[in-house]
Design a protein around this ligand. Structure first.
Ligand SMILES: [Mg+2]
Length: 161
């Protein structure tokens, strides 16, 4: 099962109301962007991976994929692939007449996408991909994600339903 995470306001929350994971060791900070990872993100992501999930990042930002991978490695999280805006455009916006949704996880074989945006969830309804929406001030967000993955794994939901 392939699960993707949005970055801004999902894994990276700069708002004062969202606590962050402890900062990684100095040698990691020296080679990564040093952005804060949302509190409670690292352990569930590692759990998902241990359960056989493939973790991806899907962001509309232009952060370089390698730097995002390295940044998460600093927190002990391994992601398989990062889809940023450039990758998205390369795959889904081949001509200027193409108007794909802002994200299309299904086009990348992603089974479940985690995002703060209700707009992305609505795009999912339209284009047939599954989104679990978590807000930056939701302290129980990680449990919500794990529950959604459980649902997906047990086949209790139908894609796009
Ligand atoms: Mg976002």
């Amino acid at each position: 099962m392939r699960v993707s995470f949005d970055l801004d306001d999902t894994l990276i929350c700069y708002g004062p109301g969202t606590p962050c994971e402890p900062r990684p060791a100095w040698y990691w900070r020296a080679v990564t962007s040093g952005e804060p990872l949302r509190h409670g993100a690292a352990a569930p992501m590692r759990t998902l991976r241990a359960r056989g999930c493939e973790l991806w990042v899907y962001t509309t930002s232009h952060r370089p994929p390698l730097s995002v991978k390295l940044w998460l490695r600093a927190y002990g999280v391994r992601v398989r692939r990062v889809v940023n805006q450039d990758v998205h455009d390369r795959y889904l916006r081949r001509t200027t007449r193409d108007y794909p949704p802002s994200k299309n996880p299904r086009a990348f074989g992603i089974d479940l996408h985690v995002d703060d945006s209700d707009g992305v969830r609505m795009e999912g309804e339209e284009h047939g991909f599954r989104v679990v929406v978590v807000s930056p001030d939701d302290e129980g967000w990680a449990a919500k994600v794990l529950a959604a993955v459980e649902d997906a794994m047990s086949g209790r939901f139908r894609r796009g339903a």
